[in-house]
Design a protein around this ligand. Structure first.
Ligand code: APR
Length: 256
């Protein structure tokens, strides 16, 4: 679907001239890398799996093995994917606009693997596991290198290990959340990419930014709960439209 070139031009102009730009992303930015989103009708994860059983503390306590294996399956999917042109365009934007920050709801590290260096992960990271009770963290967990009881046990206290991701009903990591809202309150432009805007508190970030006078540019093939707060909606796949937008930003930056 071709996007109105005037919209692309206007969005690129706002982005090129922003002093404090922020990118806020959701599962849609990783869709073209082959990672399913959560709420899309047929392909979304929550259309195939029950989030109450697989993404809550209660679900884990009820069946720790099932939940551990589901995340091991998702780690495998993530490990087999690579960043797509949307992630790469956002990493390019960081080079064009030093100080640009990425706030992501995603747990797949694809922004970082595309080259983005300033990334705030609101919902944790699927490659990291932690002790269910204590603070022990295990970075870059490899299911291939582990043989033994499922779920594995914490070396320090013997409790189960669990994915270091935020489950429904859990608080977001305090530091990440504070930093994200600080950015939303002080940015002058927020580029919202591939989120339905249906999960709080992350979904409030664009609303806070707009209330503080920031311009909101949204990239999503279909309108979302953020669209009402967006100044521009670029109705397209991020992997297709972001390279176009960033090429325009480059042109504008190059000319000044
Ligand atoms: N490019 C851009 N956006 C896309 C693309 C694409 N190629 N394909 C789909 N989308 C959009 C969909 O239209 C939808 O609005 O991505 C959005 C994905 O929405 P969700 O599946 O709800 O994912 P997200 O918004 O990231 O969910 C937020 O909910 O379950 C929790 O923790 C989970 O972080 C997740 C949070």
């Amino acid at each position: 679907m071709a996007v109105n070139p005037e919209l692309v031009e206007r969005a690129a102009g706002w982005i090129a001239n922003s002093r404090k730009p922020v990118v806020f992303s959701g599962a849609g930015v990783s869709r073209e890398s082959g990672i399913p989103t959560f709420r899309e009708a047929s392909t979304g994860l929550w259309a195939q799996f029950d989030p109450q059983r697989l993404a809550t503390v209660e679900g884990f306590l009820q069946d720790p093995k099932l939940v551990w294996e589901w995340y091991a399956y998702r780690r495998k999917i993530v490990a087999e994917t690579i960043p797509n042109p949307g992630h790469e365009a956002i990493a390019e934007l960081e080079k064009l606009l030093p100080g640009l920050m990425v706030i992501t709801q995603n747990i797949d590290s694809l922004h970082q693997r595309a080259g983005s260096r300033a990334v705030i992960e609101l919902h944790g990271n699927i490659s990291r596991v932690k002790c269910f009770q204590g603070d022990e963290l295990y970075e870059n967990w490899s299911d291939e290198d582990y043989e033994g009881e499922i779920p594995p046990r914490c070396k320090t206290c013997g409790n189960y290990l669990r994915p270091d991701v935020v489950w429904f009903g859990e608080a977001l990591p305090e530091k990440a959340l504070m930093a994200a809202f600080e950015l939303a309150e002080n940015c002058d432009l927020m580029l919202v990419v591939g989120t339905s805007g249906s999960v709080q508190p992350a979904a409030s970030l664009p609303v806070v930014a707009r209330r503080r006078g920031a311009r909101i540019v949204e990239v999503n093939p279909t309108p979302s709960e953020i669209t009402a707060s967006s100044d521009i909606l670029l109705p397209a796949k991020s992997g297709e439209i972001l390279p176009e937008v960033v090429a325009k930003v480059k042109e504008i930056k190059g000319n000044c």
